[in-house]
Design a protein around this ligand. Structure first.
Ligand code: HEC
Length: 154
């Protein structure tokens, strides 16, 4: 049963990318060496980022934050999220990775590619328009859809 579900979701994923014509997004290698945010703890259980997270910005994105959230084409921002297991002062297991990459072709999502990944770095196949863009549009339409700011980086 479980394997049938896996096969089905893989099929659906393939179908999805075939229909949209887009290659599956790839998690950038080496993001761990990018500019890293302060440690952020969210204790609101209704939040997508309930738990602990760190934001990583590549060189272009770093400049974009410094310019007051105006990002050049190609800028990349990654968030690594960890759960809270007991003591919030300790990072629990990693549970999710998300990416925003400035890409002017992504008109439905403000000129950003949004993508979610499992802890293994494989795309989780979430729909960027229905799953991701809503919050970013609501919270940061005036900040190039990027919610965090340079204050989140030391
Ligand atoms: C429930 C609302 C919500 C949804 C849905 C959501 N985000 Fe976010 N996202 C946020 C918030 C709030 C932050 C800021 C976190 C911080 O300040 O530390 C954020 C930050 C980010 C960042 C770091 C850059 C930034 O904007 O601060 C990335 C990358 C990101 N989200 C990607 C995604 C992706 C990909 C999805 C869909 C899989 C998604 N998000 C769905 C609320 C959301």
């Amino acid at each position: 049963m479980k394997s049938a579900v896996v096969v089905l979701s893989v099929l659906l994923l393939c179908l999805n990318s075939a229909v949209s014509g887009a290659a599956s997004p790839v998690l950038p290698k080496g993001y761990a060496a990018w500019k890293k945010s302060v440690r952020k703890v969210v204790t609101d259980k209704s939040s997508l980022f309930y738990g602990i997270h760190y934001i990583y910005a590549d060189k272009k994105a770093e400049k974009g934050y410094l310019a007051g959230n105006r990002f050049a084409e190609g800028s990349r921002i990654v968030v690594e999220s960890f759960s809270i297991k007991g003591d919030p002062a300790v990072d629990g297991p990693k549970n999710m990775i998300v990416l925003m990459q400035k890409d002017k072709r992504q008109r439905a999502t403000g000129g950003w590619l949004f993508a979610g990944f499992g802890v293994d770095g494989k795309p989780s196949g979430l729909d960027p328009v229905t799953t991701c863009f809503g919050c970013h549009q609501k919270d940061a339409a005036q900040r190039d859809f990027v919610i965090s700011t340079k204050k989140d980086f030391k």
